[in-house]
Design a protein around this ligand. Sequence first.
Ligand SMILES: Nc1ncnc2c1ncn2[C@@H]1O[C@H](COP(=O)(O)OP(=O)(O)OP(=O)(O)O)[C@@H](O)[C@H]1O
Length: 881
Amino acid sequence: MTASSSETPSNKPDASTFIADHRQVDRSKLSQMYLHYVETKDKYPNAMLLYRVGDFFECYFQDAVTLAQELELVLTSKQAGEQGRVAMSGVPHHSWERYTTLLVEKGYAVVICDQVEDAAEAAGRLVRREVTRVVTPGTLLEEGMLKSSRNNYLAAVVIAANHWGLAYADISTGEFLTTQGSDLEHLTQELMRLQPSEVLVPTNAPDLGSLLRPGETSPHLPQCLPPSFCYSLRSQVPFSQAEARPKLLQKFKVRSLEGLGCDHLPLAVRAAGGLLEYLEDTQKENPISLQRLRTYTTTDYLIVDHQTRRNLEITQTVRDGTFHGSLLWALDRTSTAMGGRALRRWLLQPLIDIKGIGSRQDTIQELVENTSVRQDLRQLLRQIYDLERLTGRAGSGTANARDLVALADSLSRLPELSRLVADAHSPFLKALQKVPPILEELAQKLHVHLVESPPIHIKEGSLIRPGVNPQLDERKATVEADQQWIANLEVDERARTGIPTLKVGFNKTFGYYISISRAKADQVPANYIRKQTLTNEERYITPDLKEREARILTARDDLNQLEYEIFTALREEVAQQAEVIRNLSRAVAAADVLCGLAELAVQQGYCRPEMLPGREIAIVEGRHPVVEQSLPSGFFVPNSTQLGEEEDAESGRHRDAESEIFTASPRPRIPASSSTSPDLVILTGPNASGKSCYLRQVGLIQLMAQIGSFIPAKFARLGICDRIFTRVGAVDDLATGQSTFMVEMNETANILNHATSRSLVLLDEIGRGTATFDGLSIAWAVAEYLATEIRARTIFATHYHELNELAGMLPNVANYQVTVKELPDQIIFLHQVQPGGADKSYGIEAGRLAGLPAVVIQRAKQVMGQIEKHSKIAIGLKNLE
Ligand SMILES: Nc1ncnc2c1ncn2[C@@H]1O[C@H](COP(=O)(O)OP(=O)(O)OP(=O)(O)O)[C@@H](O)[C@H]1O
């Protein structure tokens, strides 16, 4: 890619020969255009200013240097009046989206200063240019800049002491939510869930307007904000109650914020108001159509902290951060982009409301039972484009004609969709039964007006069908007649002049011309006016030809303008219906997720779990949803789980775990243990036997159940969890300078401080990062605390067999082991979870299989024999001392 210039650039830039900082110039010596550039740059000192000059967007001064460095473009220089040469780099104007995407991905804000009038209109004076858009990571709209599979969130936070407000919006889909909380840790967790592309923070920093790229720090950034996001430092004024409240009232045309649910939440209001102001500031004349603000509470959902989401590999794997191998990968059978995004949102925010879960389950069940509706629905959904984002682009005036055609195609599928589910009785299918007639009319109108395959550019005509607008048709007919006259000219003039090689051509500089080979130049008629001489030909014009040309060009401009006006009026009509389209899109997205989950349930043989308000977690023949799909069919060994004694709803007493579900019902029994429904299970077994897999399987099944999905099991009764915690093999957190052991202890402390009897706690080893006895002691105390003080449902996988003794001391603790079959010189992994504790760890055997030298293995066995003989670890009861 080479840099551009309407002037000739110097080929070898030499930093000493040009100015690369706009603050160093003598403005009185700048030519008009550069003065305007510098003045615009003053307003956006922290953004990259892309300045339209003819067919290019150019950057000057420091932005030119950055642009060239970041995008590997040529850095050159340009004469900027008497001031001399200034650094310059640029990109072709039609590829601004691509280059802007790259810059935004690198964490830059990009200001687009476009020409807002034609160079011809300017007639010699400086062409009028204006900032038409400020593009930042959180304010992307263009299709090419966004990932279809995930939302692109812009967040805003307001922090006051230990309280916080958080608002977030995806301006491409219109989603807009706000909340408020009182523990800064919860704010961090919400941000980690959302993974916003940009976070607005009100500060009194001197460098307001700057965008901190991920990892960059500022003393003005509150400590609780994770460093992995882009932060925009904003003025505090729009985030004040005095500014934010009226802004929301005005935006949503309401008299009070009560209807939006945030009247009593001042911090939520301030965050939302500040976010709106930012959108106005960056979008300039493109209005953003947001959905009505919704207020939510984090405790309305199952709380899954970032660590747990990571450990359970919900959206990406721990090992290499890939989508492939994650839970989302295993579950996603959606057919639309909207459904894909919704499934991701659901997985990151499972429910705790049994009724809500039940509605989703009912819909899945109906689709599981009705194969033909399910298949037809999937087929139809595949033909529906991204209605949410298409509507978003229509609303903000960035949609092109292709977008509107795609929108019309999708809208016209909706009646078919509604007919398909006409007899359905589950809630999410019923939501599709009524398509507002206005949407059918809109689709019809768009189809009638727009050609089937319009071009991308909307100002160059060929968008509107004939018969739509008489004025347009009339002008088209005139242009066509003139074009036909020109087309005939070649034939007529050849006959008239007797020159068979005479041609009529067109180029941008001269317009239409008649070309004749130089050898025949003496035969040209008298009315030909010579315009250009080339090596082999002469080019002429005639007054008639020029007259037609002028008519064609003017008529074509008018025509294009008229088409553009008709198009923008259509786009405006779509924008007017944004709310209606988006409501339906949400219903389509939800139905798509559930249809995909139904398909998955059928393909993989999932069951509908019974969801209960109690504490029981009973899973019969459960499977790990991801590992199962990665293994050949039938290879995965199912395992059952029984945790948490169920409380008798009326008396609140614990019911006997041997009650009806496992005795009276013909359902398979889960393994019996000392406690048939323990709160805490100590899980032992050799390396690679399947402990981690089992542990995660239980967490994933619970999480899947709470998004309303069917689950990989034969049968399950699951009490609703308030939180899921995991602690899984730690990795050094080098970024924060914490050792493996400290990370492990921090995570364990977090669990012990926040878990409740309604939580599910999954611990994969504790205390391995320190001396054996320290580690064992901590592990023991943690298990004991969880079982007796918190009574959280816990599975504790460990190599410390000593912990098996706990089961003999505490009634709500049981031992499970993952079994292996021992042959003389090998171990066969059965992957079966059985009651009882393993008494052998096979660690030395694992070392042998891994290829440790025989002499080392031999010596290890000898040492172990000695330790076993001499060491008797005294493990006592609490009141031992
Ligand atoms: N139930 C199962 N059915 C079939 N294969 C399984 C099952 N459970 C685990 N596996 C396989 O065994 C491998 C090892 O399992 P996992 O990592 O859970 O072992 P582990 O006991 O936690 O080992 P370590 O103690 O070394 O961490 C998994 O990668 C998986 O492929």
